[in-house]
Design a protein around this ligand. Sequence first.
Ligand code: GDD
Length: 349
Amino acid sequence: MKKALITGVNGQDGSYLTEFLLNKGYEVHGIVRRTSSFSRERIDPLQGVNAKNPGKLELHYGDMGDEKNLRKLVEKVRPDEVYNLASQSHVGISFEMPEYSTNVNALGTLRLLEAIHDYAPAARFFQASSSELFGEAEESPQTEQTPFKPNSPYAVAKLYAYWMVVNYRQTYDLHACNGILFNHESPRRGENFVTRKITQTVARISEGLEESLFIGNMGAKRDWGYAPDYVRAMWMMLQQDEAEDFVVATGELHSVRELIEKSFTHIGIQLEWNGVATDEKGIDSKTGKVMVQVNPKYYRPIDIDSVLGDASKIREKLGWEPEVKFDRLVDIMMKADLAVARKHGRDAV
Ligand code: GDD
């Protein structure tokens, strides 16, 4: 039985990857942070030997900030594959917590690489790198050759991790690679990322649980894919004999405004836009009711206007294709959030 060690196992990607690997018969070792509450709703159903799949999941306490503990875990588990998905992953929050973001995202990766170098040098290592490395990119779409110009504490820390992965590959011959992941979403996405915030709020509006959506920069454009497609790419990258870095993206660009419009269409509301900048409002074309308003508190000190990926390399070399693109992604997320909102609506009666 192959052994995989996953940091950030309770996150969106960690939970999808765990399911994927369990279905392939892996023994999955997941690292979870010790907190005072048990917030493990994404992975709890997968624990132990699960009748539905041939693999098994074991959880361990650990923290990217605790070097000794990471070393002990790598020594104990001796994994065949390591997926580093743990991160302070919110770009906006990294401006408020730059040091913490650096400790987890940059030094945490270094600690893990060191532990692997010392205790499991034959393990294959996947690093969840990010399209944020490109910043306001010099070219569009971005490929593996596009220069990096990170413009947030989050991205600078991820850039350090990126180069450490390359460095350990070159210096120690570790099978270590970076997936330069563009935005990827799902019903399991954290509620403070823009896609989930929108689909969740719109679903709640539909059920009468909220009045309107408050949002930041609606002009921002992203290449949004579906998280289960991206964890499949992670695994494919580690099945290669030679470790290489790949862009993982859909190649489609959409704005936050489009995402809002599409989500409202899902509940039968057509929006009309009035006003500019912070005064811009999205209005229900039938009733004239204000459904969307700007709140400058969601603006970032510096933002990236547009991020678009070219995934030709992974398509050509590994045969990876995204199965879900923007339209279907919004449908999937809206359906899931509507089901939750309906349940809340019923419970509230
Ligand atoms: N979160 C959030 N909340 N973003 C908003 C809001 C809001 O209310 N209003 C507008 N936005 C804009 C942000 O300013 C940004 O331009 C865009 O929506 C996307 O924001 P996020 O969903 O927070 O994602 P991100 O692009 O900053 O970063 C995500 O993707 C990266 C690439 O995969 C994160 O998952 C990163 O960890 C990841 O590296």
